[in-house]
Structure formats: structure tokens, C-alpha cells
Design a protein around this ligand. Sequence first.
Ligand code: PRP
Length: 211
Amino acid sequence: MLNIALPKGRLGDQVYEMLNDSGYACPAYNDKDRELIIESKEAGIRYLLVKPSDVAVYVEHHAADVGIVGKDILMENDPDVYELLDLDIGKCKMSVAAPKGYVEDKDSTLRVATKFVNVAKAHYAAKNRDVEIIKLNGSIELGPILGLSHVIVDIVETGNTLKANNLEVIEQFKDISARFIANKSSFKFQNKEITEMVDKLAAVVRARKEK
Ligand code: PRP
């Protein structure tokens, strides 16, 4: 059995479609019930449905052999796993955003609200910009609205959340997409199964790009 950690939520729907197209359909996913482990004996796969930010935790600690996770989370947490394939889904951009018309005062410390503390730190360190990072776990857009921060660092997909909150992108600095990752020891000992899965997924990625 290959244990695969899959993200629930927004990225989840695209992931299940991709698994379906590559011959690894997750049988009960459509039921949208509360089951967190789904087994497909025929495919030899056990699907673990987890929070997107936990996928790499399961894989790194060998509770799952492989997983699908956003590059944003890999950048932030830098887990000790192999990143084997860019799945070209869940595409968005790591961005800096601020209230419309915001003008930065370059002489004072920039206050930045974000879920991506390490990503934000690295981004501003590379520019030698003095920042105070304020860690939030969600609804980041509220930061500048309530004066908690000047700007936010967050992923932007459609831009709808920013727009609805009168914010705009002032900088985009990293393209994000979902990646297929593997536990290092699983990659060694279940290499055949994992390589076969990567090849099938890669074929779907290629076919979609050619469309
Ligand atoms: C992300 C991000 C933004 C939103 C951007 O949050 O933090 O809030 O998506 O997407 P958009 O550009 O299409 O509006 P997510 O939906 O992952 O929820 P979370 O805040 O609970 O992590």
C-alpha cells in the first residue's frame, strides 16, 4: 500500500481531478463525507485527507509515502522531502499587497502581516529592508485594514479577496503551484510504485499543456 497525503479544500478539487485523469481516482472523495482515510485495494493506495499545510508534515515523518502540496508551504516550512514533480495546478503568486494608494515610508520599519513568516523574512532580507513580521493564521487581508500592518505577504490566485477588501498587489515575487513530494526512505524502498505514479502524473501534466 502506498499512503498518499492529499490536501482538503480549494486545492483538493483540482488534485482529485488530476488523480482521476492519471488512473489513481480516489473512490469515495465525491461523497464529501467526514472520512479521513480512504482505501483503494485495487489501486494499492490509501488516501489520507489532511489540511493543506500538514501534507508535508505527514510525508516528512513517514506517516505518508507521498503527497501533494503547494510550493508556498514547501517554501515556508522547508521539509526534508523529495520534490518530484510540478503538477501545474493550484497556480497562484506569492505577493505583497497593501491598501489602494498606499505609499511606503522607506525610512521606517515596514510592518508585514502574513502566514508565511519565513518567506516574508527571506524576501525582505534580500532587499535589506527593515521589517516587523506579524504572524496571522488566516484573514490576512484584515491586517492593513485595521492598522495592524502596512502590507501583507500572501498568495493571490484570482485577486478577488484583495479586491473585496480594497487592497491591491504591489509586488509579485514567486510563482506557486502544487508539487508531488515523497518521503526520502519511501522513495528508496517503494521506488517502483512512486516512480510509476510520477510518470503517470507527468503524462497528464504534459497532455494538459499541449491542449
Ligand atoms: C488564500 C489567501 C487569500 C486567498 C487568495 O486563502 O490567503 O486569502 O486565498 O485567493 P484569491 O486571490 O483567489 O482571492 P485560502 O483560501 O487558502 O484560505 P485561508 O486564509 O484559510 O488559508
